[in-house]
Write a protein that binds this ligand. Sequence first.
Ligand SMILES: NC(=O)c1ccc[n+]([C@@H]2O[C@H](COP(=O)([O-])OP(=O)(O)OC[C@H]3O[C@@H](n4cnc5c(N)ncnc54)[C@H](OP(=O)(O)O)[C@@H]3O)[C@@H](O)[C@H]2O)c1
Length: 228
Amino acid sequence: MTTSQKNALIVGASRGLGLGLVETFLKRGWRVTATQRKASPDLAKLATEALTIETADIDDDGAVAALHDRLKTRKYDLVFVVAGVATQAHDPLHEVPRDVAAQVYLTNAVSPIRFAELFADTVAPGGTIAFMSSILGSVGLNESGGWDNYRASKAALNTNARSFEVRHRERPFGILLVHPGWVRTDMGGAEADIDVATSVTGMADVIERRLGERGAAYLDYTGKTLAW
Ligand SMILES: NC(=O)c1ccc[n+]([C@@H]2O[C@H](COP(=O)([O-])OP(=O)(O)OC[C@H]3O[C@@H](n4cnc5c(N)ncnc54)[C@H](OP(=O)(O)O)[C@@H]3O)[C@@H](O)[C@H]2O)c1
């Protein structure tokens, strides 16, 4: 390991965008710690000396605390909470059972912040804490409706991340809310605009360019700033 080698913690890397980010950062020479909820054959295929695979569900406070215990001596240039759900995203809000709506909010908007609170002490000076948002989380850009509960959960993630940034403003890291594009994954579906490689290459470029910057930014995978 060289002293200039960067370190990333990618949370929610069993498949889709998280898996693609792990592959991309490894190719760029980073050391990566990747988390899964249960054994992921696709993640296992990326095995190399530079990859550490850990297991944790971000909704399980005990599992996240145990993960922090295992990793607390490490320093990460990037902590990226990618994990998210879109349960019953196509149903209008009033048709989504209350417990389902609440769980989407907890996984998408609460667990990522709780994770970041715990792992803030593992972020290296000049590093970034990134959250996987969505353009659907923009209140200002919502001209088409649809995906009500998912939209609201990502808008809440944006708001909670801004409060997190204010709470930690004196600390030497920046906050990034990232829209990956509409991507062909299990969540994005086969009709989506772009493939995983295009999205994760763009996001990795945006992250590498922004290392060392403070404050909170809401950017898409091309680096374009989005309206809150
Ligand atoms: N695809 C798109 O077009 C798009 C657009 C905007 C934003 N996003 C966001 O990008 C992120 C990744 O989406 P994706 O398209 O890659 O979706 P995906 O293929 O459905 O993958 C979701 C990932 O999140 C993990 N996950 C879900 N709940 C978790 C939990 N409680 N604890 C830990 N891991 C959990 C899943 O793990 P398991 O394999 O164990 O289920 C999986 O690795 C999400 O936050 C999503 O909202 C996606």
